[in-house]
Write a protein that binds this ligand. Structure first.
Ligand code: MN3
Length: 197
């Protein structure tokens, strides 16, 4: 049985970057629905007790009638569980120490990295996610796919660019949402999970 994780902060904690209304809708409705649909699909099957990471890593080997449910709803559950952890009302700014050095080595400057990630996020057509991988490559996936579904490592940072993540606050202005999101990125947490190259 998969369960909705509690947010690590209050629903209104990320405002004004992300409003309480969006956080309630996104966590209590959208994320809860991914959890409920995943559980409904797995109920009574041999996969009902398999951890979510393992389900996603092996999604291509699951019975055909489970693959879409695990990819979409399992992916949605996993991605959002990570996403909440990567934000913090005291976030923003830039990383420090080794992670900052590695980003500067790869991109030339932290701002260049931000610009490239932002460009990938504004340019992603339709619904999907932008990820920062442990090797500091920026990649995108469609829908609720996660890099671990195709054998890649788990991302150290990701941004949800589905319209449900910003439409209430920003309407169609995805770029404004992305700009505000940088102000709540929890670099301290990301530094603690970043894997050395
Ligand atoms: Mn979402």
């Amino acid at each position: 049985m998969h369960t909705l994780p509690a947010l690590p902060y209050a629903y209104n904690a990320l405002a004004p970057a992300i409003s309480e209304d969006i956080m309630r809708l996104h966590h209590a409705k959208h994320h809860q629905t991914y959890v409920d649909k995943l559980n409904a699909a797995l109920d009574g099957t041999d996969w009902s007790t398999v951890p979510i990471e393992k389900l996603l890593q092996t999604v291509d080997t699951l019975p055909a009638n489970l693959q879409d449910a695990v990819r979409n709803n399992g992916g949605g559950h996993f991605n959002h569980s990570l996403f909440w952890q990567w934000m913090n009302p005291d976030g923003g700014g830039q990383p420090s120490g080794r992670l900052l050095e590695q980003i500067e080595d790869k991109y030339g400057s932290f701002q260049t990295f931000v610009d490239e990630f932002t460009g990938a996020a504004t340019g992603l057509f339709g619904s999907g996610w932008v990820w920062l991988q442990p090797d500091l490559k920026i990649i995108t996936t469609a829908n609720q796919d996660n890099p671990i579904m195709s054998g890649s490592p788990q991302p150290i940072l990701g941004l949800d660019v589905w319209e449900h993540a910003y439409y209430l606050d920003y309407k169609n202005a995805r770029a404004d949402y992305i700009k505000a999101w940088w102000s709540v990125v929890d670099w301290k947490r990301i530094e603690s999970t970043a894997i050395a190259k």
